[in-house]
Structure formats: C-alpha cells, structure tokens
Ligand binder design. Sequence first.
Ligand SMILES: Nc1ncnc2c1ncn2[C@@H]1O[C@H](COP(=O)(O)OP(=O)(O)OP(=O)(O)O)[C@@H](O)[C@H]1O
Ligand SMILES: [Mg+2]
Length: 333
Amino acid sequence: MKPYDIDSFSSECTDDFVKRIASDLRTQYQNTLCKKQLFPWEPGCFVELDDIYIHLTIDIQIPKPCKPIKQKLSSYDEIFKPKEQTMRYVLEGRPGLGKTTLCAKIAHDWSTGKSALGHIKLLFVLQLGQINHDTNIEDAIKNQLLRSLEVGGTQKLRKAIQTLGSSVIIILDSLDEADPVLFEHKEYGSLLGAINYSEFTTNRILVTTRPWRLSDITQITSCSYTRLELQGFSRADIVAYVNKFFSHVPTDVSSIALGQRLVQYIQANKLLVDASVPILILQICWYWQKSGGKEDIPQRWSHLYDNIFNMMYDNLSSDLKRRVSKVMIALLM
Ligand SMILES: Nc1ncnc2c1ncn2[C@@H]1O[C@H](COP(=O)(O)OP(=O)(O)OP(=O)(O)O)[C@@H](O)[C@H]1O
Ligand SMILES: [Mg+2]
C-alpha cells in the first residue's frame, strides 16, 4: 500500500480518496480476515474462510408493546437493508458462537464482491479490545486497518465517512472486550458517542457483544437500536460443518469417511446434538481427526472436555508445556 498524500486531495471528500481507501481495505481484509486460523489453540494453520464457514442463523427482535417478536433473517445482508431506518445494530451472542467469524465473513464478502452489500462504499471492522477508551474511530481505523494513512489523513477519512452516510458500515466487534474505563466516563468519547448517535449519526454501526455487556449498552444509549441475536448451529448446520471440515480437495476418501462416521456418531448421540456452539463442534472435529476416529467420544461433556484438553496439552510444544505447567502450579499454590 502506498502512503496517502493528503495534500493532493482537496478538503472535500473526493471519489479518488474513497476508492483508494476501499481498495486498501479490500486488500487488508483479503490478507487477514479472509484467512481463518482454524484452531485457535494451534497457531499456524490458516484456511480460506469459505472453506470452513457455515451460515449462522440471526434472529432480529421487533419491538412490540407487550413483548418483542423474534424473526429469523435469511442472511446477514438483511441487517443492513437500505429501507431499515435505524442506523445502530447490536448483535449479541454467547462466547464462541461466531460473532467475530461473522464480522470476518461480512468483510470477506464485501471485499470479494460476493455479498448484497455492493452499494456499501466503505466497510470497517474494528476490534474493540484493541482500542483505548480515549481513541477515536478514525484513529482506530488507521491503527488497525489503514496503517499507511498519513498523520492528518484521519481528518479526511472522518469527513469522507460522514459524507458517505449510510453507504458506510462500521463494525465494532466485542464490546465485552472493550476497555472498562470506556463505560465509566459520563461524557462519552468518540467511541461511545458513535454508538450513542452523537457522532457518525448517518453511518450504519453494528456492535457485537457477549450478552452480559448488553445492559451497559442500554445505559449508554437512550436511542433506538436494532437488536439481533446470533443463534448456534442447527442440527443440519452441525452435519454441514462436519462434512465441510472433513471434505478434502483433491478427494480424500478416508477423510470423508472419517467425517461421515462422526456425523453418524453425532446423530446417534442426543448429548452431542445439543452441541450448537461452533467452537465446540470445532473441538470435537479436531479431537476426532487427531484420534483417527479410533477413540470413542464420551457421553458426558465433562469427560469429553477432559479428553480434548489432555489431547491439546499433548500437542503443545515443549516450551508451551513448560509455561502451562508453571501457570498450573502457580494457580494451585
Ligand atoms: N459460522 C461459522 N462457521 C464455521 N465455523 C465457525 C463459525 N462461527 C464460528 N466458527 C468457529 O468457532 C470459533 C469461535 O468463533 P468466534 O471467535 O467467531 O466466536 P465469538 O462469538 O466471537 O466468541 P467470543 O465471544 O469469545 O469473542 C471460530 O474460531 C471458528 O472456528
Ligand atoms: Mg469474538
């Protein structure tokens, strides 16, 4: 990426500037978010996001005087339908349910032109855990996504974002990981101001969070926002996930057969059918693959976890094993 020469742009938001930012964002997403580290506990194994991604169900809450009605969205694109009046969206989901992966998928599809978000000029995905409470959004964009933006270019970026209005989506992932100081300030900084409609009023902003942080959102914003709830994998999704995990190009019959045996196992076992959280299914697939399908999957979650963690520990490098042992000893003392 070439550095931006802000002097060559007028103070107005120019098409060239926006096109260049969009192009750099696309490159950035294709090099980062579009590649998925398959096993969070095993560094180094990256796959294309679409090689593992399974569509997740999102429920939208429609407020009613008595109690809200929940409706399923057929796709995440529907969140940002132009006719939708509200510009703030909060997506809640339990740990490991796929919030961050969904953000990556939205960025992936936008950057590869695969989604219905073709009308969106700029799409930013920011990790709230990496933003200080006193950092504003444009600086966070520079730090996390557009490092080659010249100092001072952030002002121009801010103007461009504001001028483009609803054709800009800003995704703030993991409010639960945000600096807690953020919630202690009475007068909102730029970040909270954005959530609270005092800044970036006309842009679309999606915040993701684990459920426990939801009450803080209601405290900081008195404005209406669209509430969305991420649902886990359905039974059909679990089967699709396992098949995708074990599918192999060029075709590897033994890997596919291994996957099919796991599917049979899951279908025969009521306990595992409840395993709707993607990260749990990922762990089961990993465990099954490592053991070559030889080990039985225990009927109880606690036993299953014992086995998975033992296997994870066995797979650690000797250096990591030493570090884990030190932590365990410190915890027990
Ligand atoms: N839609 C999906 N398709 C395939 N795999 C998924 C999907 N969603 C999540 N996963 C798997 O589950 C793992 C955990 O998902 P992710 O990190 O997105 O959850 P999260 O909701 O952001 O969790 P946290 O609350 O801890 O931030 C991912 O690393 C990925 O392997
Ligand atoms: Mg996350």
